[in-house]
Design a protein around this ligand. Structure first.
Ligand code: FAD
Ligand code: SIN
Length: 556
């Protein structure tokens, strides 16, 4: 299969980019499940931007930098903030119906924001965005979507016959290039090569490497792992964001996505409380329940360790029943389905893995260090989020940076088509000279239990030792175990015919390894990476935690 532009992933990043790149040629989107299934589809709170009269760019920039704990790239932050209003208008032109008060967008508030600036579609913002973008795509003749196509690995020089590789444009330059991907057609159980002039990774997040996550089952970190194997630079992988408020449920099955209680609920006035009904966030931050996520999640974690309880409560009584049903209809319904009337009762909540702040490093045009390979959305590290993402900046980053790729193509399209694009005949010939997927020596396995056991083990290790609060001893322990499991998986992979489950397992162990190593390399506490060995706070409220951890260490 050949195409001009290959986009891997059908979330907000991939879809919004596809609509734009279709101006320059044929766009093929491949996606591992049904096309709407993505992190985007579950986004609740909304998309942050300077849209209110009392707001300005400097305030949004400052909030983002403050949240990012000194690691944001100011240029990247300024870019998303300043382009925000234009991109939101563009989404409205694509047909996204944001909630409004008469003719003004209704703006919500979330943790770490000093102003109301979150455009939303009630509490189903992501679903509405997917609906609108997919509708536009269905009417665009230059875009094709293949569902249930799983990207396995990027095609680079090592997959092409050497004499052919050297004859390609810029073929003798030393930098690595990407020529497309190997993909598993999951329905036909067949592996194919997709050769493209330009490839874009828009594969989303990695929450499934933890036991409890707000992310759907697709979020197994495939893009990060694929890019890493192909030689891409990854950065800031230690900064995994835990959302403070996922719904606590007693029995959660493995791989189940836990249900999120949007931060917008706290933005509307809900307050975190202990089981005894007392508030606690004032002890940790003057912004109380609306402090940035790293602080709130760590405070909850600390209170749970002190009390031995399983959850804290979110009290919505200040919002009022009418407003709860009108502003948060999905949260209301989902809780009701589980027997909880949130207009009358408090919601039991716990932190859950939510977002990858690190990822494939790109420049401000979305270019990676592999020629012909671009990336946008959650899989990237653009410099926007630093050590902790500000709420609702993710959807914004995704649309701004997919637009950056489009702008780069638009301003260089003459030269790109002249010097970088291959002719159709050359592209076909390149495809013929790429090695077929080699599965000699492999066979179908009956041992599915090994896959599910390994997966569970990885998730347990990550949750137990690489969670909200870390220390070197625990990280080392996690590393030793993950290395052993990785070796086992490699051996199993080498003798087994690939399947979606096996490919996901291979990626999960790969990213677990990368997260742990990145965490060990950062010898300080910063943002989401809180190390007990390097406590950098005077805040005595976290000391109990330190003492508890030291005790545990003695007993380990
Ligand atoms: P995704 O939307 O995750 O899309 C990734 C796509 O890649 C999917 O189609 C997937 O199937 C595909 N894919 C992955 N691997 C492969 C593979 N190997 N082969 C083929 N296809 C593949 N952010 C905000 O800014 N505001 C919010 O209100 C908000 N709420 C959230 C609520 C929840 C419950 C969650 C989980 C996240 C939320 N976020 C929010 C974060 C935000 O939704 C995501 O970061 C963002 O949607 C990511 O978009 P994306 O296009 O990069 O990736
Ligand atoms: C939420 O609605 O709380 C999620 C917002 C986000 O992840 O930015």
């Amino acid at each position: 299969m050949i195409t001009d532009f290959l986009i891997v992933g059908s979330g907000i990043a991939g879809l919004s980019l596809a609509l734009k790149l279709s101006e320059f040629g044929k766009v093929l989107i491949i996606t591992k499940k049904q096309k709407a299934e993505s992190n985007t589809n579950y986004a609740q709170g909304g998309i942050a931007s300077v849209l209110g009269k009392d707001d300005n760019f400097e305030l949004h920039i400052e909030d983002t930098l403050d949240c990012g704990a000194g690691l944001c790239d100011r240029d990247a932050v300024e870019k998303i903030v300043k382009e925000g209003p234009t991109r939101i208008n563009e989404l409205i032109e694509y047909g996204v119906r944001f909630s409004k008060d008469k003719d003004h967008l209704r703006l919500g508030r979330e943790g770490g924001h000093s102003r109301n600036r979150i455009a939303h579609a009630k509490d189903l913002t992501g679903k509405e965005i997917e609906r609108a973008l997919l509708f536009d795509i269905s009417r665009n003749k230059n875009i094709k979507i293949l569902e249930y196509f799983f990207a396995i690995d990027l095609l680079t020089e090592s997959n092409i016959r050497k004499d052919i590789a050297e004859k390609l444009p810029n073929g003798k330059k030393s930098s690595k290039k990407c020529y497309g991907i190997y993909a598993l057609d999951a329905k036909k159980e067949k592996i194919i090569k997709i050769v493209s002039q330009k490839t874009i990774l828009a594969t989303g997040g990695l929450g499934q490497v933890y036991l409890h996550t707000t992310n759907p089952a697709i979020a197994t970190g495939d893009g990060f792992a694929m890019a890493y194997r192909a030689g891409c630079e990854l950065s800031n992988m230690e900064f995994v964001q835990f959302h403070p408020t996922s719904l606590y449920e007693k029995e959660v099955e493995d791989d189940t996505q836990v249900f999120l209680i949007s931060e917008a609920v706290r933005g509307a006035g809900a307050v975190l409380k202990l089981k005894n009904g007392k508030e606690f966030m004032h002890k940790y931050d003057k912004r109380k329940s609306l402090a940035p996520r790293d602080i709130v999640a760590r405070a909850i974690d600390n209170e749970l360790k002190k009390s031995g309880e399983q959850f804290v409560y979110l009290d919505l009584s200040a919002i009022g029943a009418k407003r709860i049903k009108e502003r948060f209809p999905n949260i209301y319904e989902q809780c009701k389905k589980r027997g909880l009337d949130i207009t009358k009762e408090m919601i039991p909540v716990v932190p859950a893995a939510h977002y990858a702040c690190g990822g494939v490093k790109t420049d401000l045009s979305g270019k990676t260090n592999l020629e012909n390979l671009f990336a946008c959305g959650e899989v990237t590290m653009t410099g926007v989020h630093g050590a902790n993402r500000l709420a609702s900046n993710s959807l914004l980053e995704a649309v701004v940076f997919s637009d950056a790729i489009y702008k780069y193509m638009k301003s260089n399209i003459g030269d790109i088509k002249k010097y970088e694009f291959l002719t159709r005949t050359e592209l076909k010939s390149l495809a013929e000279n790429i090695y077929e997927w080699d599965d000699s020596g492999t066979k179908n396995t009956e041992e599915w239990i090994l896959i599910s056991h390994n997966k569970k083990e990885i998730k347990e290790i990550m949750s137990d030792y690489v969670g909200i609060v870390r220390n070197t001893y625990r990280l080392q322990r996690a590393l030793t175990r993950i290395k052993m499991i990785k070796k086992e998986i490699k051996e199993f992979y080498n003798r087994t015919k690939v399947s979606v489950e096996l490919l996901e397992l291979r990626n999960l162990v790969q990213i677990a390894h990368i997260i742990i190593k990145s965490a060990l390399n950062r010898k300080e506490s910063r943002g989401l990476h809180y190390m007990l060995d390097y406590p950098d706070r005077d805040d005595f409220n976290f000391k109990t935690d330190t003492i508890l951890e030291k005790k545990n260490k003695l007993h380990d």
